[in-house]
Design a protein around this ligand. Structure first.
Ligand code: NAD
Ligand code: DAU
Length: 340
């Protein structure tokens, strides 16, 4: 029997990287192709243990490079595509939106053309709850798959645009697609520009932690391993053309998250510094995952255990994040924040 070929884009990043490991562990009979441009957010250190395996292949390429992508699909004839590659940080999209359009919108369209031409069995587009905009603080309101798209940041607008293109390729060309829209992930290899790893790394170095506005904005946190299991399920069991929301009912204010990390590390709340709010800062995200639960998924981590394990991971893997925060990240951080 010929092996199934799975292309994972963005497999050198946070979630894509965890998904590559998940698929290598759970599907030894698949050929796994990881395509990534290795931008500031991607590295292959996370795959050093699998890099020589026969069923793992790395391709350095830009998803918006049409010629390269079309000829790759022509040659390899992938069965499945799981598309993570993106510019993913909201703050960077506020400072410099253009690359978000090139990668997230144009890059997705190039992949869709390639997938259509080579007749893939499934194109799974990994999207975000941010495409729905924001919710009020009323705890009875949730994002469902029918919530209208109302993105507020250049990042979420670029993701919503790509979602609409994916939908259109299903409606127009009958491309077999799914879209997953997940809430905020946390876990191993989360890049230290994002709230949780930024807080862990700075608290460990006894440095101030910037909290935007009054810290009362709410995010709905999900462990990255639970997200990987959800994508696996949708890839193999999702109904063609359908959207699935992914989230585990884990709403926390940003201040609660930061205080939990500080307490877990035995440090003082004096490390918190309230700073100017993010422009267009979405108040609250909260996912209703009923549709995915009906397909057979449920989260396995509660936040308390998940965050404690994540902190332990960052303690054991200081080399990984130290090498990031001592590089070009230093300039990014200096331009982004003015801290005491
Ligand atoms: P990340 O920034 O950690 O990783 C992105 C990866 O994409 C990096 O390895 C980068 O090198 C690669 N990449 C960027 N531009 C590329 C290009 N032009 N061609 C090829 N590769 C390129 O992102 P993440 O947090 O792992 O997010 C992955 C996906 O999941 C994104 O599509 C994001 O929108 C979505 N998502 C993220 C979250 C979250 O909480 N982080 C939640 C829901 C959905
Ligand atoms: O909801 C899913 C989204 O989650 C993904 O689509 C994005 O790719 C991912 O980056 C994430 O977006 P957020 O903007 O929610 O994540 P971030 O970690 O940047 O911020 C989380 C919250 O913390 C947000 O309300 C802003 C706040 N924050 C963030 C940073 C970086 C701070 O208060 N201080 C900070 O320094």
């Amino acid at each position: 029997m010929t092996k199934k070929k799975l292309l994972i884009t963005g497999g050198a990043g946070f979630i894509g990287g965890n998904f590559v490991q998940y698929m290598i562990n759970n599907y030894p009979d698949y050929e796994i192709y990881n395509l990534d441009l290795l931008t500031y957010a991607g590295d292959l250190i996370k795959h050093s243990e699998i890099q020589d395996m026969d069923n793992y292949h790395f391709i350095k390429a830009d998803i918006s490079d049409r010629q390269t992508i079309i000829s790759l699909f022509d040659k390899e004839k992938f069965d499945f595509v799981v598309h993570f590659a993106a510019e993913s940080h909201v703050d960077r999209s506020i400072t410099d939106p253009e690359i978000f359009i090139k990668t997230n919108v144009l890059g997705t369209q190039v992949l869709l053309d390639a997938a259509k031409q080579s007749k893939v069995e499934k194109f799974l587009h990994v999207s975000t709850d941010e495409v729905y905009g924001e919710l009020d603080f009323d705890p009875s309101e949730f994002f469902t798959e029918d919530t209208p798209l109302a993105p507020n940041s250049p990042y979420s607008a670029s993701k919503a645009s790509s979602d609409l293109l994916v939908r259109a390729y299903h409606e127009t060309y009958n491309l077999p697609i799914n879209i997953t829209r997940c809430s905020n992930n946390y876990g191993p290899y989360h890049f230290p520009e994002k709230l949780i790893p930024l807080t862990i790394s700075r608290v460990l170095n006894n440095e101030k932690v910037p909290v935007y506005g009054d810290g009362k904005n709410i995010r709905d946190w999900l462990h990255v391993y639970d997200h990987c299991a959800a994508i696996d399920l949708v890839l193999h069991k999702g109904v063609n053309g359908e959207v699935y929301n992914v989230g585990g009912h884990n709403e926390k204010t940003n201040l609660e998250v930061v205080e939990t990390i500080i307490e877990e590390l035995g440090k003082s709340d004096n490390l918190i510094q309230f700073v100017e709010d993010r422009l267009g800062h979405d108040k609250r995200y909260a996912i209703d995952p009923t549709k995915l639960e009906k397909l057979g998924w449920k989260p396995t981590y509660n936040f308390e255990t998940g965050i404690a394990q994540t902190i332990q991971w960052y303690l054991k893997n200081e080399d990984w994040w130290n090498q990031i925060i001592s590089g070009e990240y230093k300039d990014y951080f200096k331009n982004q924040y003015s801290l005491d």
